[in-house]
Design a protein around this ligand. Structure first.
Ligand SMILES: Nc1ncnc2c1ncn2[C@@H]1O[C@H](COP(=O)(O)OP(=O)(O)OP(=O)(O)O)[C@@H](O)[C@H]1O
Ligand SMILES: [Mg+2]
Length: 357
């Protein structure tokens, strides 16, 4: 019997280049986002003529290429000129002005950072940047814990484009008016990929990441379908990797539907704990709750319907439950009282504090 003939050997792998599945892997081409990249580039263009650039506010659901498209433009910019300094800052990782300014110092090669205050460091960066021009990207800006910093960049750096990226359209509406009026940004909405686009992107990634022929066609279709339904490429990349790992654990030479099922199970469990990976409709409802805090669930459902929501009440309630389990919202139930039982939905997010300048 050749029991072990078709098994993956200990030193063999299904992956060709696993890095191609990393979320921050930047592929050479970024199909379906040409228009958005062009728009971003156009806002930066005036900097080439030593004029001030336009600012940009980018919003859209998770995993649909906002970061990738912006970084792509920056990469092109860096290849094109040394005259414009570009800063890509992830405000989740660098969530305070001091961390951001240290990052900027490191990017421009300013090393005298010891024992200096944020203001002193900003002065040094400012001096350097005002010799030419700069592009600032503040990605995941809603995670920034002190927005005043943005005010300084707006006021003190003369020739610049500021690009702000977030999942939440409402972030801009809630912005302090003093910053908002100075920002006057072009708004670029990233729309989710349709299932065909999501599939196309994942198919391309397959060829970088895996040995040829290891993916069973139906298994891949299932991954593409799930990612397509969510409109979320990151979810697809996760499933590709996890399915392959499940296959390798069984020393299988093929990645089959069974392995994909395992990956999907794992994905569904983890999904709810991470707001960045919330599924579209749930995210929409979360946004709605943010804009209509402290509402009765019935009122909220009416607002949801008025805004074009398509779910039935029972499914809507299930999404509310999911959000509660994920600790995004709290659900207060009171029994009895004048109006019988009431359920009030509250957002859990801490309100942003805007101290005076
Ligand atoms: N058009 C595309 N072509 C190739 N890869 C893509 C494309 N769009 C997105 N991706 C890939 O999908 C993953 C998620 O994209 P990205 O990180 O840009 O999402 P995002 O919109 O910034 O999401 P989030 O709001 O959660 O930060 C990345 O690995 C990215 O390279
Ligand atoms: Mg992003």
């Amino acid at each position: 019997m050749a029991l072990f003939k078709d098994m993956l050997k200990a030193d063999e792998t299904l992956f060709r280049d696993e890095i191609a599945l990393d979320y921050d892997f930047l592929p050479k081409l970024l199909p379906y986002r040409e228009k958005e990249q062009f728009h971003i580039a156009n806002c930066i263009k005036p900097l080439f003529q030593k004029r001030n650039g336009k600012n940009i506010f980018i919003h859209g659901a998770p995993g649909i290429g906002k970061t990738a498209a912006t970084r792509h433009v920056l990469r092109d910019l860096e290849n094109e000129t040394d005259e414009i300094t570009s800063f890509y800052i992830n405000c989740w990782k660098k969530n305070t002005p001091h961390k951001i300014i240290l990052e900027m110092c490191s990017i421009i090669g300013y090393r005298f950072v010891q024992n200096k205050t944020t203001e002193e460091l900003f002065d040094a960066v400012k001096k350097e940047l005002n010799k030419s021009s700069a592009v600032f990207v503040f990605d995941e800006v809603d995670k920034l814990d002190d927005i005043n910093f943005l005010y300084s960049v707006l006021e003190d750096i003369f020739r610049k484009t500021i690009i702000i990226i977030t999942n939440y359209k409402s972030w801009l509406a809630n912005l302090d008016p003093r910053i908002k009026s100075r920002l006057t940004a072009e708004i670029i909405e990233f729309k989710p990929y349709n299932p065909e686009e999501a599939k196309g992107i994942l198919k391309k990634r397959l060829s970088y990441a895996f040995q040829s022929g290891v993916w069973d066609d139906t298994a891949f279709e299932t991954v593409a379908e799930k990612a397509g339904k969510l409109g979320d490429v990151r979810a697809g990349l996760y499933l590709l990797r996890e399915s392959a790992i499940a296959a390798e654990e069984e020393s299988s030479r093929k990645i089959t539907s069974e392995h994909v099922e395992k990956a999907i199970d794992k994905f569904d469990q983890f999904y709810i704990n991470n707001s960045d990976d919330l599924e579209q409709e749930t995210l929409k409802i979360l946004e709605l709750i943010k804009d209509n805090n402290n509402q009765k669930i019935g009122n909220l459902f009416e607002i949801y319907k008025k805004n074009g929501g398509s779910l039935a009440y029972s499914s809507f309630k299930r999404k509310i439950k999911k959000l509660e389990e994920g600790k995004f919202i709290s659900v207060d139930k009171t029994e009895g009282g004048d109006e019988g039982n009431t359920t009030i939905i509250k957002i859990k997010e801490k309100p942003k504090k805007l101290t005076d300048f």
